[in-house]
Design a binder for this molecule. Structure first.
Ligand SMILES: C[S@@+](CC[C@H](N)C(=O)[O-])C[C@H]1O[C@@H](n2cnc3c(N)ncnc32)[C@H](O)[C@@H]1O
Length: 279
């Protein structure tokens, strides 16, 4: 078999690098599937992935069970096309009939999204902090209200959140990913934070063993919401039974990937948490 060329800026796909660096659709869907079952005493079938990007999680959802269906909503047509080519096209033909990606604003998912899914979603996902692009309480609450209206009666909204003292700093984190030929360095660049407005700009850069880096492959202009504010706004939007799931520690003091429901977090430098909110 011919060896793959060494990864460089010229031959890399930024979406593939992003997924390898920051996404774990299997672990995410494990959590969401098991938590829904715990909350509702049954398995969900209909899932909507908001801000779906390349729809890696929606694809993982339809792979899980033949009764599962998914839609992904995203505003960016080239990103959706990338997801169609790299993920949806690789599902079995049967699984492909159970997923659809729509170019839509999550603030207005529309009747088309319900039709495409074959009913109201039992699960809506807003992952990788994408909802932080909504920078005022009114707009974020409005988004949460839209999600709540869209959900089926037995519906649950799942979001993630990151925080800790590091989140307020202007710092770069570098992480080496992958093997010798296809490896790269992921750089999370917290470029600016304004404590008066809470606005922050983050970039993702990718560096390669050979050749120039891919600077600002992704840029996010966000508001750094606190976990308390997010829970308050979910409540104001009409959600009930809002729960936070905190990650356990591994032996080196990092996260162990196991999230447990709790009302007591830790004042650590850096955390990622999940939130569930029931209709
Ligand atoms: C941080 S990426 C999230 C990708 C993926 N869901 C994940 O978990 O990593 C944010 C995505 O949200 C999309 N987006 C931004 N504003 C949106 C909106 N109002 N409605 C739908 N998609 C939006 C962008 O095009 C981008 O693909």
């Amino acid at each position: 078999m011919p060896r793959l060329p060494i990864l460089t800026r010229a031959n890399a796909d930024k979406h593939d690098l992003y997924e390898r660096a920051v996404q774990s659709p299997e672990a995410e869907i494990d959590f969401v599937d098991a938590t829904y079952r715990k909350l509702k005493g049954k398995k969900a079938a209909l899932l909507r992935e908001d801000f779906c990007g390349t729809a890696a999680s929606a694809c993982e959802w339809v792979r899980r069970r033949t009764t599962n269906r998914a839609i992904g909503l995203d505003l960016d047509a080239p990103t959706l096309a990338n997801g169609m080519q790299r993920h949806v096209a690789k599902l079995t033909p049967e699984a492909q009939t159970r997923i659809e990606l729509l170019k839509r604003n999550v603030l207005d998912p529309g009747a088309a999204s319900v039709k495409a899914l074959g009913g109201s979603p039992q699960i809506v996902l807003a992952m990788n902090f994408s909802y932080w692009l909504f920078k005022t309480r009114e707009i974020l609450r409005g988004y949460f209200e839209t999600v709540r209206r869209s959900l089926a009666k037995d519906g649950v909204f799942f979001l993630d959140h990151y925080g800790g003292s590091d989140a307020y700093d202007e710092v770069k984190e570098r992480r080496r990913i992958g093997g010798p030929r296809r490896g790269f360095t992921y750089v999370w660049d917290q470029a600016s934070y304004n404590p008066i407005t809470g606005e922050k700009t983050n970039h993702i850069h990718f560096e390669f063993r050979k050749g120039p880096p891919m600077m600002r492959a992704f840029t996010y202009h966000w508001r750094l919401w606190s976990l308390v504010e997010v829970q308050e706004l979910l409540r104001e939007a009409g959600f009930r039974n809002i729960s936070v799931y905190w990650e356990g520690d591994d032996e080196k003091g990092g996260g162990n990937g196991i999230f447990r429901k709790t009302t007591k977090g830790e004042a650590c430098r850096c955390y990622i948490a999940y939130i569930s909110a029931e209709k």
